[in-house]
Design a protein around this ligand. Structure first.
Ligand code: FMN
Ligand SMILES: CCCCCCC(=O)C(=O)O
Length: 359
């Protein structure tokens, strides 16, 4: 892990209520996938290319829903006001200042309109995307989508890896089930039928996705895809992009590490839509490896929460600066001029030698 990020994590651990720290840090079951997400990156190396670099590198990436000044976006995570009183407002300001996208979760503790306003107060062109779980009551989903559109979100991220809640042992041991008094999931107010809770339903299907797509003209990303066949189906169902993710090791503890699932999804999608990876990204080197394996960008979840808890918007800004700076440095070391110079032939598995390649 980048040492700056490790310091922020330790500062966050020191200031957070241990129950809330464990909610953020924890994973499902035995936390095998949680560990594997990071460990899998450590097993990969990048072959440098020489004599082809340039003095300054262009880190910009264009995605459906917005331009990123670095190939790192803020993955959706719930309940930012557990970390800092300003919550998602602080995160939005920092993401906008860094020139990247905040994917704001439906389970945010600030309403989406206020999140977008915070981002736009820093940069009038800032892009905020809205993440939601497709609800079995489609009137609820439609209402959430309408709110995101009205707020000015520029893309929707539909999370599909949660047919049921993940079983988080740390939360169970602490008895953490509810937000403390004074905090609420602000997007879940005044919904059709008086619904207040986010429902995870195994009955949500591709048909729900098709109907959701008909309710909006926003680009729609599918988050939580690991099987290449699902990636193909996603493209066939008209998504604008796919997020390879195991939810940061918080859903199935039998899932593969996210970066290990990435190449097959990239191959299945075959360039028809961009692929974003999240899970275990803890430094600029991880960003570079993911891009070399075909990701257009990566998402970061927990490091942003550590930065937020440690120092509000400034702490989130520090996380994004550290990742940008380290990624730029690694790109230079690989003889890269921009992210497109990171190609799969650069990636090798440690301990397995390097095969002859000239492609
Ligand atoms: C505390 C926490 C809350 C999360 N909440 C959501 C959520 O509401 N919606 C969602 O799609 N993903 C959620 N995720 C998953 C993240 O979007 C992302 O997939 C994951 O954090 C990436 O792994 P990383 O934390 O190792 O970077 C959450 C993750 C954490 C750690
Ligand atoms: C009742 C709100 C559920 C929010 C789910 C947040 C999440 O995805 C997580 O991993 O935690």
């Amino acid at each position: 892990m980048n040492t700056g990020l490790a310091e922020l994590r330790e500062k966050a651990r020191a200031v957070l209520d241990p129950v809330h720290y464990d909610y953020y840090a924890g994973g499902v079951g035995d936390e095998v996938v949680l560990g594997e997400n990071e460990a899998a990156f450590r097993r990969l190396a990048l072959l440098p290319r020489v004599l082809r670099g340039r003095a300054t590198r262009d880190l910009t990436v264009d995605l459906p829903g917005g331009r990123l000044r670095l190939p790192v976006l803020v993955a959706p995570t719930a309940f930012h006001r557990l970390a800092h009183p300003e919550g998602e407002v602080a995160t939005a300001r920092a993401a906008a200042a860094a020139g990247t996208v905040l994917v704001s979760g439906v389970a945010s503790t600030v309403a989406i309109g206020d999140v977008v306003a915070a981002a736009r107060s820093v940069d009038a062109t800032a892009s905020v995307w809205f993440q939601l779980y497709p609800q079995p009551d489609e009137a609820v989903t439609a209402c959430l989508v309408e709110r995101a559109e009205r707020a000015g979100c520029t893309a929707l991220v539909v999370t599909v890896d949660s047919p049921v809640f993940g079983r988080h042992r740390r939360d169970a041991e602490h008895g953490f089930h509810d937000l403390p008094a004074g905090l609420a999931t602000e997007n879940m107010r005044d919904l059709p039928g008086g619904v207040r809770d986010i429902v995870m339903s195994p009955e949500v299907s591709w048909d729900h996705l098709d109907r959701l797509r008909e309710t909006t003209s926003l680009p729609l990303w599918l988050k939580g895809v690991l099987h290449p066949r699902d990636a193909v189906l996603a493209v066939e169902h008209g998504v604008a992009g796919v997020v390879v993710s195991n939810h940061g090791g918080r859903q199935s503890d039998l899932a593969p590490a996210a970066v290990e699932a990435l190449p097959a999804v990239v191959d299945a999608v075959a360039g028809r839509v961009p692929v974003v990876l999240d899970g275990g990204v803890r430094g600029g080197g991880d960003v570079a490896v993911a891009l070399a394996l075909g990701a257009a960008a990566v998402g970061v979840g927990r490091p942003v929460l550590w930065g937020l808890a440690a120092d509000g918007a400034a702490g989130v800004g520090r996380v994004l600066d550290l990742l940008r700076d380290e990624f730029d440095h690694v790109l230079a070391l690989c003889g890269g001029r921009d992210p497109a110079d990171l190609t799969r032939d650069l990636v090798v598995t440690r301990g397995r030698g390097v095969s002859a390649r000239c492609g």
